[in-house]
Design a protein around this ligand. Structure first.
Ligand SMILES: [Mn+2]
Length: 269
């Protein structure tokens, strides 16, 4: 049995199938981890959702910003944007089952045996693993209990730094932003999120750093896999693997064998 973690698929169903053939994925034995952004921008969001859902307990999924955006549009809490390509999902006869399934997915998945955590974007530098798990659960509980309220309050870049006394929705928005959207933080002792810079590391302003290189970053043993940052390249941290290799932009779709640390990739059109 192998556990494979795969980065942002974003509706690229053909590349996903090509990658699963390449790693010889065995549905009855292996487990797949999907690091969020299953949908949007690419051509076949509907096929990706149907396929991943069909894997049942052989798959672990965390939510990405595009998955949350699709759910927010479906709930009528946000309008579709110019470059959104998930109308196939919104018009599908099985839309309700697919979106109900997606809504119950977590923002952080942790496997104790593998000592490996998966998030879409990252873990806030000031948080240890236990706090990250607790905060993720807090946001997930709000998402499933009050989805409309959640989506009405989800959008926005503020607050930009963590504090224990944030009011309820500021707190939920911050947790969701770090787990599903974060790239850079200011190097300040209390890390401040910066959403303006999306370029690859080493091109950022001097006062910024990728979240995983911040001095406050606490998680040094647990393996962390993340997606979201297609230009990130290879991580300098031995315990952290960046999985989004820009499939959507003509790069590749990557799978990591979590047990052996072997990386597999297929090029995308
Ligand atoms: Mn993303």
């Amino acid at each position: 049995m192998s556990t494979f973690a795969i980065g942002d698929i974003q509706g690229c169903f053909t590349s996903l199938i090509k990658l699963l053939e390449h790693i010889n994925f065995q549905q009855d034995k292996d487990e797949l981890w999907i690091a969020g952004d299953l949908v949007n921008r690419g051509p076949q969001s509907l096929e990706v959702l149907r396929y991943i859902k069909s894997l049942k307990n052989r798959v672990k999924v965390v939510l990405g910003n595009h998955d949350l955006h699709l759910l927010a549009v479906a709930k009528g809490c946000q309008s579709s944007k110019k470059f959104d390509t998930f109308s196939d999902v919104l018009e599908a006869p099985d839309k309700d089952e697919l979106l109900a399934w997606l809504l119950t997915k977590p923002m952080l998945h942790y496997d104790e045996k593998l000592d490996c955590a998966m998030v879409h974007a990252g873990i806030y530098p000031g948080w240890d693993l236990q706090h990250a798990k607790d905060y993720a659960e807090e946001a997930e509980t709000m998402l499933t209990a009050e989805p409309k309220m959640f989506f009405q309050n989800m959008y926005g870049n503020k607050p930009a730094a963590w504090s224990d006394d944030l009011s309820r929705w500021d707190r939920i928005r911050f947790i969701t932003n770090t787990l599903t959207r974060m790239r850079y933080c200011q190097k300040t002792p209390n890390p401040v999120l910066d959403f303006a810079n999306k370029n690859k590391p080493n091109t950022e302003d001097r006062y910024l750093t990728p979240w995983l290189y911040h001095d406050c970053f606490k998680i040094r043993q647990t393996h962390i896999v993340f997606g979201h940052w297609s230009t990130f390249g290879e991580s300098k941290m031995k315990n952290i693997t960046a999985l989004d290799t820009g499939c959507l932009w003509g790069g590749s779709l990557t799978a990591l064998n979590i047990e052996t640390k072997q990386i597999f990739a297929v090029t995308c059109k």
